[in-house]
Ligand binder design. Sequence first.
Ligand code: SF4
Length: 367
Amino acid sequence: MKKIRHLLGISGGKDSAALAIYMKDKYPDLDIEYYTCDTGKELEETYQLIKNLEIYLGKKVTLLQAAGGSDEDPFDHFLKMYGGFLPSSNSRWCTKKLKLEPFEKFVGDDPVVSYVGIRGDEEREGYISRKSNIQSIFPFRKNIWSEDVISKVLANTNSQSVLNLFRSNPTAKNSERIEEVLQQPLTPNFPQQQKLNLLLDLGIKEFNELVFLFLKTTNYPLAKEESFPLTNNEDLLIRDDIFRILKESGVGVPEYYNKVDFTVNGKSGQYSRSRSGCFFCFFQQKIEWVWLYEQHPEKFAKAMEYEKDGYTWCQDETLADIIKPERMQGIKEDFIKRQAKAGVTKKDWKDIILEEAEAEGCAACFI
Ligand code: SF4
């Protein structure tokens, strides 16, 4: 029987870096392999973060690069293959070719548990592999399991067998109430999320142990394990915890998250970049393009070079348009106005830009 592998992808952003630190500190006995999918187009700060992490973890972060034999950066190699067609939110060949495919190749047919840094204060579900040998776990959330696992555990068709499994574990506290909830069928008035929340409120460990017992009746990778230490995990980590972990460990917060002051027509604001990933990522907001132009002009110039033959990074305007003085001024003023409208104080600005960006961000880039 193949040994299960524990993998953790480092995106270059704050959450996956904090997760790597958290897992090393809290579960030192798990032999975790760290990897990163390199597009060749990250900011220097990202590569620095990975170096800092390697020191803290005492392990190499394996660099996965698509188009291994090519003498070009992975992104440039595939851009040529796509005839200069720039990726966009509707056509994300970059995520597929530069992140998902190298990851799936790295995994092969091995049974894998993949740890994902989605926080307890985020709504998104994150990447769930189509491959049955890869199982995602979310240690920062109250519910550490992926949606596909939860929907099976709570399915009406499985309720009797799940109840029997629960009854086979006599140590559970709140047993009577948990049994009642387990027997309550899902209906439009009692949806899956409500049932899940009730069960988690009655006991996170109890619920996790039940899910683990259920997994042992399936072909999921964790079915092969005798025990799984994260069934005891009751932590819930939010954004502030992430910054704290990065600072306290000495790994540090990537430089691009730091707010930079700007003024426009006598008004002052602050901007930063909200994401790791390619410096030209089409998911970035207009204010982040302005940040790139002003803070990393050489990278902005490179991003501009890609815009040719009618292909642009933003749907509605070119980068040359964005940096026209009146346009940049407008973007900055809009940004300040949006924040004022949301009633934000100066202290919260970074959080607002982060929230907006994450809501629409390249989630699948953070496997
Ligand atoms: S960071 Fe953006 S541009 Fe780079 S691979 Fe991900 S989605 Fe594509």
